[in-house]
Design a protein around this ligand. Structure first.
Ligand code: ZN
Length: 100
């Protein structure tokens, strides 16, 4: 009887080990770290562009560099100095390279 008893106990211990492994793999890296990364990404987005998307950030970057004496060519979309402006049409500016 004693031998049977030990056998049962070792089975129980083994199944405890297995369920512990299952728990560890269920908690483990992927699901949790993905959620954590998403949370951090949300926090970053809020800091950089409140309520905005990455696309709007790119649009702002393209518009801001245009200074008072510069224009953005509507054909090649490069920021040019006013001296390179050779044509304006319907509020759109065209540079000397595109028109020349
Ligand atoms: Zn141009």
């Amino acid at each position: 009887m004693a031998a049977d008893y030990d056998e049962v106990r070792s089975d129980v211990k083994e199944s405890q080990d297995r369920s512990l492994e299952a728990l560890q793999s269920a908690n483990a890296p992927d699901a949790r770290s993905v959620v954590k990364e998403l949370d951090e990404a949300d926090a970053l987005d809020e800091g950089l562009t409140p309520g905005g998307e990455i696309l709007s950030e790119e649009l702002i970057v393209q518009v801001i560099p245009e200074a008072a004496d510069e224009f953005t060519c509507y054909s090649c979309f490069l920021v040019r100095h006013r001296s390179q402006l050779v044509r304006e049409n319907n509020g759109h500016s065209y540079c000397i390279e595109c028109e020349g």
